[in-house]
Design a protein around this ligand. Sequence first.
Ligand code: BTN
Length: 324
Amino acid sequence: MILNELLAAGDGFVSGTVLAERMGVSRVAVWTHMEKLRAEGFAFEARPRLGYRITRTPTEVSPLFLKTLLSPEWRELPIHFHDTIDSTNSEAERLLANGSETPLVVVARAQQRGRGRLGRQWHSADSGNLYLSFVFQPRLSPRRMQTFTLWMGTAICEFLNKGEQVPAQVKWPNDLLLDGKKIGGILTEARVDHDQIRDLVFGLGLNVNGNQESLPPELRSTATSIAASAGEKRCLNRFTGALLTCVMEAYREFTNGGHEEKFRSFWPRYDSLFGKIVSAHHGTARSTGIARGINDDGALLLEQADGSHTEIHAGDVTLEKAQA
Ligand code: BTN
């Protein structure tokens, strides 16, 4: 409440006495709360008779700030914060094993063992970027969930393009690209029970304000961040607040089936591969063809020289060199 009052006042001052009266607490209690806010990266100017005003908001994800930025519908969503953790997906699994109530979100400022698809590492040292895992218990059939990651990728692209003016695209099946470079990745992990998805961990890494120099040299030509591409940083907390709302709403639309029409229009809009010659590596096999979108099961369609389509259900896709 104190933070809400100070944020609502903008550049103006809020008197400590007024704050204490409104909250029904002592001035010492107000001061103690201000210290907590300072520890999360806020800075204040204090003037005799005028009170306090905010002079700086946190540049890293701040639990207290984020809470004030969530829409009322999601304000009670349990968010588990960590300065650093092995992997938010692993922490999500531990919370599930301990019987935590779902949905829930795990957020970390850094990960020591961030992981990606196919056993790859996810570089997670830059606290300007986002490392998040959402935990859901959808109780839907695995077949019904086949397009979940693809839908979520396009919903996040819609949020980035329309809400944040970031021209991001999706690269089948789980990458988010900006200017042809990777800005994000999705790792969806599920536990199936009696032919139903019981637990679903939706992990998302998104390079928002990360510095190019903080990336390992071998990733600098293939990865970027929103800030590195646009030349300016965003308020990470406002961005995260809006992203959480996007993910929660997209999940709800998916589970109640209301997403289908949107998905059909989003996929061609955000598909980075369409019309390109790509190679798909699946198991030990390799198929090359012109990417022609996806089918109803979410399989990538590769057009062959004879006009037929090869369906790729899982695997890794690379652009053929000449157009990369
Ligand atoms: C990929 O591109 O292969 C997917 C990368 C997913 C990375 C995110 S970061 C948050 C969450 N925790 C993890 O350990 N991985 C995912």
